[in-house]
Design a binder for this molecule. Structure first.
Ligand code: PMP
Ligand code: GLN
Length: 382
């Protein structure tokens, strides 16, 4: 195996989902919903297959109606204008968008500053691009961004900031002030920014998601990444996208066309349909997940865990030390056997292993009865 892949191993999500199956556990590890997305969207996909018009290669940048729908969605929710022909690219999920962006923009030896804990594909994407990752750690209890730490992490070799808000795994949603500070630094140091906004519609308690591209000076230096997986509960469809200037989109497309070329033919018109759903769809998604967040947070708290209530995503982080464990990885590894519940240890998302060691992440994008049953299993087994 090439040196650049050393240490990447098997993703924690594949490992823990396999463990969930082999132990018949409730899987609160890998983040995927256990109910389907909007019915009309599913029917669009079926109709697209039946029509015989979407079963061959779609155009390289994605079908025009989907690119138009992505541009319209950016305008509708954030007032951002993107030309669907030159500034939007459809990708095989956000994962490919991030990997292609890093391959397209990072030279070997360049430094990429990213928020730690990192979503695991960032580590792999930076490594495959030959870059060097530089962490800025978000710490409990509130996992806020330390702007001084961000400033200190930027050197003359920094090429790019890799930002993620709402943030997986902590559930932090960066505030207007934090985002403004990131934007100022990016402009002052002339950095590119890749911003992963896949949880853009999953924010709670009235906290808004504000895209980085809306800040002064950012539209021309930002690659915005999102995906249908979370917003429409179709993580298996792998329809993602990139919005950026024509120059940046061309760079990302150059890498993307030799990774997958294209993907998801019949899903593309279905996602175009879904992006145009009314405000009631987006509001009910948010309300339903906020309620599930509260259900699981209350349950985990009642077991004695320290719970860090997230403002976004569909994950909640806990500290296991109040239960007498000091290692979240050991805790997460014994959980399936002991309780038949799977969760994800934070430690795998850190360079600073010590910072992540006591923390465990739980997904709440599950039916209420599944969340209740999971808490009951934990109560009997712990
Ligand atoms: N970014 C983050 C922060 C994620 O949590 C995920 C997980 N799904 C992805 C990217 C990948 O998205 P996709 O499934 O669309 O590739
Ligand atoms: N984004 C999902 C999570 O954080 C997992 C995606 C994956 O398995 N790669 O749980």
């Amino acid at each position: 195996m090439a040196a650049r892949l050393h240490g990447l191993g098997t993703t924690i999500f594949a490992e823990m989902s396999a463990l969930a199956v082999s132990t018949s556990s409730i899987n609160l590890g890998q983040g995927f919903p256990d109910t389907d997305g909007p019915t009309t969207m599913l029917e669009e996909a079926v109709a697209a297959i039946r029509s015989g018009e979407h079963n061959q290669y779609p155009p390289g940048p994605g079908i025009a109606p989907l690119r138009q729908a992505i541009a319209d969605h950016q305008k509708r929710f954030y007032g951002l204008e993107f030309d669907p022909d030159t500034e939007v690219l459809v990708t095989a999920g956000a994962t490919e968008a991030i990997a292609a962006a890093l391959l397209a923009l990072v030279e070997p030896g360049d430094e990429v500053v990213a928020l730690e804990p990192y979503y695991d594909s960032y580590v792999a994407g930076i490594a495959m691009a030959g870059g060097r990752r530089v962490p800025v750690t978000l710490r409990p209890p509130d996992f806020r961004l330390d702007i001084d730490a961000l400033r200190a992490a930027i050197t003359s070799r920094t090429k790019l900031l890799l930002i993620n808000s709402p943030h997986n795994p902590t559930g932090t949603v960066l505030t207007r002030d934090e985002l403004a500070a990131i934007a100022e630094l990016a402009c002052e140091r002339d950095l590119l920014v890749v911003t992963d906004e896949v949880y853009e519609h999953l924010t709670y308690d009235g906290v808004p998601h504000i895209p980085l591209a809306t800040f002064p000076g950012m539209r021309e230096r930002t690659v915005t990444v999102s995906s249908a997986g979370k917003t429409f509960a179709v993580t298996g469809w792998k329809i993602g996208w990139v919005c950026a200037t024509p120059e940046l989109v061309t760079a990302v497309r150059t890498a993307k066309q030799f990774l997958t070329y294209v993907s998801g033919g019949p899903f593309q018109p279905a996602v175009a349909h879904a992006l145009r759903l009314g405000d009631d769809y987006y509001a009910s998604l948010r309300d339903s997940l906020q309620r599930k967040r509260d259900l699981l947070c209350d349950g985990l708290r009642s077991l004695g865990l320290e719970v860090f209530v997230p403002k976004g995503t569909y994950f909640v982080t806990t500290d296991v030390r109040p239960l007498g464990y000091d290692d979240g990885t050991e805790f997460a590894r014994m959980l399936p056997e002991r309780c038949r519940v799977v969760a994800i240890p934070h430690e795998v998302f850190y360079d600073d292993k010590k910072a992540g060691r006591p923390l465990v992440r739980w997904a709440f994008c599950k039916r209420d009865e599944v969340l209740v049953e999971a808490v009951e299993r934990l109560r009997s087994g712990l």
